[in-house]
Ligand binder design. Structure first.
Ligand code: AHR
Length: 340
């Protein structure tokens, strides 16, 4: 009796093992092409449930058109949407936070899949971001950070502005090895790049370099020129260096310095940020000493993130852009390769 029970158990075990053995090839090895078929079928039905670029509707609340950098950023966002077949709803806030907030609310009302926004200033976003969250629409911060709790946005795609400021400080140290007096053209007041480039620069600039004055030029060429004129009127040829938070302000300041009768790049050493084509031309002309790159071509990475987010995939909280530093010695060679 005992022997037959053991035999029965043994038979059951063998039968179960045989069943498992039969099931295994279906689940398995990629080397078996017939076995891959069911997996591919499963994938196909999964893919049907997933969005593709052609299904994706994205709202982009651009902050304005204040600089060459911004123009390149807008072009990258628009052109990449066209290339991928993404439906893009685009708005330009003309550097006004209230317009960006209005645009975000309108995207929420239209039920877009994802909203991208480069916040013109860091603060004041919590209410509208919460409205998006309540509507189930994820926010991706593009280019600029916002000072909000981390759960209110899915990801930040953009530069390390503090690091750009640090790089600029190091470059100013090389240009003024014995120290000197400089002025600073700050970006838009309250914006992440202005705040971070301001503090990053101070982390690395030598203590024998005195910052005589620091004023906002709002990231525009016209304002950069106007503020530099005021600096020159006040400090004249005491000024040995200029740190501009972007190339557009530096290019405006270069004009002001020339009109004042000094030589930009020689009498006044200039370090700026962005690495737009105009900056390369100025380095070729000898009027700008260094530009620290800030990459505006964020379109491809943005839509890649947006699609992942729309499909519920995990994405990194920060996707930094790779950036470099450029000097006059190879500006002529590099200029034709620049896309912005
Ligand atoms: O947020 C990026 C900054 O905004 C760029 O450095 C500047 O040129 C632009 O206006």
């Amino acid at each position: 009796m005992k022997g037959s029970k053991i035999l029965l158990v043994a038979v059951i075990v063998v039968l179960l093992a045989a069943m498992v053995g039969c099931a295994a090839p279906a689940a398995a090895p990629a080397s078996d092409s017939t076995a891959q078929q069911p997996a591919a079928d499963t994938q196909a039905s999964d893919t049907q449930a997933q969005k593709t670029y052609k299904d994706l509707v994205v709202g982009y609340a651009q902050l304005g058109a204040e600089s060459e950098w911004r123009t390149a950023n807008t072009a990258s966002i628009k052109e990449t949407a066209d290339e991928l077949g993404v439906t893009l709803k685009f708005s330009d806030a003309q550097q006004k936070q209230e317009n960006q907030i209005k645009a975000i609310r309108s995207f929420i009302a239209q039920g877009v899949d994802v909203i991208g926004v480069p916040p013109v200033v860091e603060t004041g976003w919590e209410t509208v971001f919460r409205e998006a969250q309540d509507a189930g629409i994820p926010i991706i911060l593009v280019d600029r950070r916002a000072d909000v709790p981390e759960d209110l946005y899915v990801s930040y795609l953009g530069s390390d502005f503090v690091e750009e400021g640090r790089k600029a400080g190091n470059e100013m140290n090389k240009l003024l090895p014995d120290g000197g007096k400089i002025v600073e053209l700050v970006g838009t007041v309250g914006s992440a790049p202005a705040n971070d480039r301001y503090s990053g620069f101070r982390e690395t600039v030598n203590s024998n370099i005195e910052i005589l004055d620091s004023q906002s030029g709002d990231f525009t060429r016209a304002k950069g020129k106007e503020v530099m004129e005021a600096f020159l009127k006040k400090y004249g040829d005491e000024i040995q260096g200029l740190y501009a938070h972007n190339d557009d302000m530096a290019l405006g300041a270069i004009q002001a310095i020339e009109e004042y009768g000094l030589k930009p790049g020689e009498d006044i050493k200039i370090v700026s940020i962005d690495a737009v084509r105009g900056a390369f031309q100025a380095m070729i002309d000898g009027t700008l000493n260094v530009t620290v790159e800030c990459n505006p071509l964020l379109g491809p990475q943005f839509y890649d993130l947006a699609l992942k987010v729309a499909n519920g995939e995990e994405v990194p909280k920060w996707l930094p852009s790779a950036e470099s530093v450029y000097y006059p010695d190879n500006a002529e060679e590099v200029l034709p390769t620049r896309q912005y």
